[in-house]
Design a protein around this ligand. Structure first.
Ligand code: UT7
Length: 332
């Protein structure tokens, strides 16, 4: 019997309307368009506005679009996994809320928290359910409302992050398509360099944690940069070597959008032409769990059945890794 693989059979996405430009940020903190563009590649990012709106208010739109595009009956979806670091609540899981809003009445669903590697971790997890032969329709979402945990008086972080959501459908195939291989790694040493200190069980919210601005992202940018640039590039190359792929065999690099310089270094180590790198960091910034699915969403029409794709990510934890997949459809 031929092996069952998990193929991405559709993509949905949602980006909020409000555009926060480098120009507007330079009226809020001591920064400028030239610094942000040369150091990160970011020009603007999207911000979810509105009282009482959370990550699920973007993810539900991405999932509804995905259901429509793939002509899927919501009752047929068996599992939804949501990668996020900005859940609507500590509990219940944001995946539970997304499923309720989109009519996935028969799906079980849960969140995965692996910071900027969340989507690739969730994708390989979802794929394993399909490969087991037991599940036929799994939705994997990457969504974050980063603006809810960003300190807009801290120029070292507020210029980087944005809000957004993306979602993919996974279904079984016996063709040589879909998720072929993955390597995931984690190292808890990263907590000192990239974290949100308070609001969890270690430092529950108090007047003091609020006063100390500890409910915001803290990042030691230089240290994270060094870890990110080495690990993302090394693991993208490792997965290529393991699957006997050269730069010529790879059609697309779909990398976490944290910093254009990190993506350029990864591309160069992989021996790829610049035209093979999907980029949207200039328009959305770093949307954490949503960067990779939003790239698939933006570039879906350019992806062809059989294209070799390398996904690569690095994030808080530290967490990192790479996925090798073959794109499974042509967009009509
Ligand atoms: O997605 C999760 C993983 N995260 C990442 O992969 C992010 C990794 N880190 C980075 O992308 C970069 O380190 C940053 C974009 C965060 C920072 O870029 P950098 O080239 O590492 O800058 P830096 O922190 O070394 O700062 C250089 C200078 C400093 O001034 P001095 O000390 O040289 O006088 C900063 O104070 O730039 C200053 N600076 C700024 N200036 C204008 C820092 N932020 C800003 C700013 N505008 N927004």
């Amino acid at each position: 019997m031929s092996k069952i693989r998990a193929a991405i059979t559709g993509v949905g996405g949602y980006m909020p309307d409000y555009i926060l430009t480098n120009e507007e940020l330079s009226t809020m903190v001591d920064t400028n368009d030239e610094w942000i563009t040369t150091r990160t590649g970011i020009k603007e990012r999207r911000i979810l506005k509105g009282e009482g709106k959370g990550t699920s208010d973007m993810a539900d739109k991405a999932v509804l679009q995905l259901l429509e595009k793939t002509k899927t009956n919501p009752e047929d979806v068996e599992l939804l996994i949501c990668a996020t670091v900005t859940p609507d609540h500590v509990f219940p899981a944001t995946a539970n809320l997304i499923a309720a809003k989109t009519g996935l009445v028969n799906a079980f669903n849960y969140d995965i928290g692996a910071a900027c590697s969340g989507f690739i971790y969730a994708l390989s997890t979802g794929a394993a359910f399909i490969e087991s032969g037991r599940y036929k329709k799994v939705i994997v979402v990457g969504a974050d409302k980063m603006s809810s945990i960003i300190d807009y008086t801290d120029r070292t972080t507020c210029i980087i992050f944005g809000d957004g959501a993306g979602a993919v459908m996974l279904e079984p195939t016996t063709e040589e398509m879909g998720i072929i291989d993955f390597i995931h790694k984690s190292d808890g040493c990263g907590v000192d360099y990239l974290h949100m200190k308070a609001g969890g069980s270690r430092y529950p919210a108090s007047e003091e944690t609020v006063r100390n601005r500890e409910h915001f992202v803290y990042q030691d940018g230089k240290t994270v940069f060094k870890f990110a640039v080495n690990n993302m590039a090394d693991y993208a190359v490792k997965i290529m070597e393991r699957n006997n792929l050269t730069g010529d065999d790879v059609d697309w690099l779909v990398a976490h959008q944290a910093n254009k310089r990190i993506i350029d270094a990864t591309r160069s180590k992989m021996g790829l032409d610049e035209k093979k790198v999907l980029m949207n960091i200039e328009r959305y910034g770093n949307t954490t769990s949503a960067t990779i699915p939003s790239l698939l969403w933006d570039y879906e029409k350019q992806l062809k059945k059989g294209d070799n794709i390398i996904m690569a990510a690095f994030g808080g934890g530290f967490t990192w890794g790479a996925i090798y997949l073959k794109w499974a459809y042509d967009t009509k």
